[in-house]
Design a protein around this ligand. Structure first.
Ligand SMILES: Nc1nc2c(ncn2[C@@H]2O[C@H](COP(=O)(O)OP(=O)(O)OP(=O)(O)O)[C@@H](O)[C@H]2O)c(=O)[nH]1
Ligand SMILES: [Mg+2]
Length: 385
């Protein structure tokens, strides 16, 4: 009799505890997540935000938004040819013919901003220079020496579509377009998660900030109560310098910024997930015979561990090397955290993903993994796991 009562009491307590736990898990889920995108200029933060819209909003871009993008994309198209033509001379190259020189002067005469009308004369000039002039191609192959947007080739190859009067940008066009972020953008998503700790809707607030140096002083405003930082780093620009400081290497700037974010005292509670982005650009550069060791001599001493992949795969080795430099920074517990804990440090680690932010399927998978990780971490911190 007594045994029976005890068993029932234990069962009741267990079930009460379980329902309390499940209530707490539910509460934690309902509270929503605050996610912050950080990284240097042009690393791909806004592109990740655009992917969130594509993946989690019924209508990713309204007709009005698409129409607004037309001007941005045409701006990207014009700035691409303008910078290429301008740099032919700067690089000491010569156009193939007098006719091409005249066409180049016509483009330069328009100036940095695109013309009001993209007529046949304009389109023919751009296409002839882009497709047929070897000096323009040479400038393109050396575009790490000046500032050219990543997807210049994509826009120049698609000039006929982009300049049509009835042009409506596709999602791919929008993902590949480039417009600098100034200030802070906040977007709230209601996300339906299929798997993981809880199936249902969760609110995710995502903050996108401008990554160029003059924008970074605004970052502090949004550091409060952040669950996770998605730190985006471009792996394709080891041979380029910053737009805002032509003396600083872009990858070095990213590594230094990562170190500052890792040690930032306002972000000690946030999970840090690092997106090693622009893997397609990295692979393209390796395929073109470019190497990182010219800019990062330590690469020659770098040894991949056998489980990281084929050591003869140069692209793989390069991405592992960049990852290793980040791991070395994150290996040290944040300086402030060790001080606060009097030397006894709560374990903290950074997570790494290789990404191509313009590829929706790739980002979908990575973001799902990140969500699982953030929720697991939050529930663990609350003692619920
Ligand atoms: N090829 C390629 N292009 C990418 C990738 N990720 C981003 N881009 C392009 O890189 C450019 C810059 O990306 P953004 O997302 O605007 O960069 P950002 O980090 O928001 O830059 P700021 O607003 O200046 O801080 C855009 O043209 C993107 O389409 C990638 O993985 N591969
Ligand atoms: Mg941006």
């Amino acid at each position: 009799m007594l045994n029976c009562i005890r068993r029932r009491t234990e069962e009741a307590l267990h079930s009460k505890k379980m329902s309390k736990t499940s209530e707490q898990v539910h509460k934690e889920f309902e509270k929503g997540l605050k996610v912050l995108l950080l990284g240097t200029g042009e690393s791909g933060k806004t592109t990740i935000l655009k992917q969130m819209k594509i993946l989690h909003q019924e209508q990713a871009f309204t007709d009005e938004e698409r129409m607004k993008k037309v001007a941005e994309i045409r701006y990207n198209l014009h700035e691409s040819i303008y910078e290429l033509v301008r740099n032919v001379t700067i690089l000491g190259l010569n156009f193939d013919s007098a006719e091409h020189r005249i066409k180049a002067d016509y483009i330069l005469g328009i100036g940095k901003y695109p013309p009001h009308v993209f007529d046949d004369v304009y389109c023919n000039c751009v296409q002839d220079l882009w497709i047929n002039d070897s000096a323009v191609r040479m400038a393109y192959n050396n575009s790490n020496e000046f500032q050219l947007i990543d997807n210049a080739k994509y826009f120049l190859d698609n000039i006929e579509t982009i300049t049509r009067a009835d042009y409506v940008p596709t999602n791919e066009d929008i993902l590949k377009s480039r417009k600098i972020t100034n200030g802070i953008k906040e977007v709230t998503f209601k996300i339906k998660f299929q798997k993981g700790l809880n199936c249902g809707l969760q609110t995710v607030k995502m903050f996108d900030v401008g990554g160029q140096r003059n924008n970074r002083n605004k970052w502090l405003q949004v550091f409060e109560g952040i669950d996770a930082v998605l730190f985006v780093i471009s792996c394709g620009d080891w041979d380029q310098n910053l737009r805002e400081d032509p003396t600083q290497n872009r990858l070095k700037e990213s590594l230094e910024l990562f170190e500052r974010v890792w040690n930032n005292r306002f972000l000690l509670q946030a999970g840090i997930i690092c997106f090693l982005n622009k893997q397609d650009v990295l692979m393209r550069k390796i395929a073109e015979g470019k190497h990182i060791n010219q800019y990062f001599p330590d690469y020659d001493k770098f040894h991949m561990s056998p489980n990281e992949g084929n050591i003869f795969d140069e692209a793989m080795r390069t991405r592992c090397f960049i990852r290793k430099m980040l791991i070395d920074i994150a290996k040290e517990p944040p300086k402030r955290l060790s001080q606060l804990a009097g030397g006894r440090c709560k374990e903290r680690q950074a997570y790494f993903h290789y990404t191509i932010a313009t590829d929706t399927e790739n980002v979908k998978k990575v973001l799902n993994d990140c969500h699982d990780m953030i929720m697991t971490r939050n529930l663990f911190d609350l003692g619920l796991l």
